[in-house]
Design a protein around this ligand. Structure first.
Ligand code: PEP
Ligand code: MN
Length: 276
């Protein structure tokens, strides 16, 4: 049994604090930024913009898990240093994915939260090593993982004595290429029934389409999930990875405006079964 991850009867939802921001404290926490850090101007400009629109955390990959070895693999350690500078200037913390244990020392020096991506959800030695750094971990659901497997993966981190785990629904593999993956909203809500850990949505990797990001974030917020992670790029058409799913700045601004109005109507007053 995943005893540390599970929601014991009557136990409260955990609030996970990361460098002054909170996941799971009853609000909706938004992480935004490019799929990959590409250069100083791109990450700096995006950090400034998303922070100005109310994003609480910056994202940006430095070590990219790409299906093809010929695709852009990220800037590596240099990308970590660039995002660290950008997040400091913007005044918000950042999350960066670790692809392997070898990257943990550099990441720990510069970033606030480690992301374990979908492809590594069951890389148990990476889970243990990430846990032992003491950094908060954003753990993504693998594309074909059951919720029980997600919870056991989280348990690997918790059992190492690191309680700061945020789970992320990023779409599961379906059969229809019209969306990159299938956003499993009911699965994410069921996850919240099973665990005290916060659960956020990643509509970018779930849908693969910029046009679907805003409605999926709004649905996640209305349903009572704890936040979202969204890909934003100053010029999506020129993005070196995941160009089709990146929001441009005006689209992100509109999303944050609409999110505000949804949240002011829903979250504080309506007790959702899934959130109890
Ligand atoms: C990412 O967030 O950059 C990413 C690669 O996500 P996932 O692991 O969900 O595919
Ligand atoms: Mn991406």
């Amino acid at each position: 049994m995943y005893k540390l991850a599970s929601k014991q009867l009557g136990s409260a939802q955990s609030a996970i604090r990361v460098a002054g921001i909170t996941f799971g404290g009853g609000g909706f926490t938004t992480i935004a930024g490019p799929c990959a850090v590409e250069n100083r101007a791109q990450i700096h400009g995006t950090a400034q913009f998303v922070a100005s629109q109310g994003a609480q955390m910056l994202r940006g990959g430095a070590y990219k898990p790409r299906t093809s070895p010929y695709a852009f693999q990220g800037l590596g350690d240099e990308g970590v240093r660039l995002i660290a500078q950008a997040k400091r200037d913007a005044g918000i913390p950042c999350v960066v994915e670790a692809l392997s244990e070898a990257e943990l020392p550099v990441l720990c020096e510069y970033v606030d939260m480690l992301q374990i991506g979908a492809r590594n959800m069951q890389n148990f030695s990476l889970l243990r090593a990430a846990a032992r750094t003491g950094k908060p971990v954003l753990l993504k659901r693998a594309a074909s993982a059951t919720l029980e497997e997600v919870l056991y993966a989280a348990e690997y981190i918790l059992v190492e004595g690191n309680p700061n785990v945020v789970l992320c629904e990023r779409g599961i593999r379906g059969f229809d290429p019209q969306t990159r993956n299938v956003f499993d909203l009911a699965g994410a809500l069921r996850l919240k029934e099973l665990t005290h850990l916060p659960v956020i949505a990643d509509p970018s990797h779930a849908t693969g389409r910029a046009s679907l990001i805003e409605p999926v974030v709004l649905a996640a917020a209305a349903a009572g999930l704890d936040g979202a992670i969204v890909e934003v790029h100053p010029n999506p058409a020129a993005a070196l990875s995941d160009a089709d799913q990146a929001l441009d700045f005006p689209a992100f601004e509109r999303l944050m405006r609409r999110l505000d109005s949804i949240l002011s109507e829903t979250v504080p007053n309506i007790p959702l079964t899934a959130c109890r």
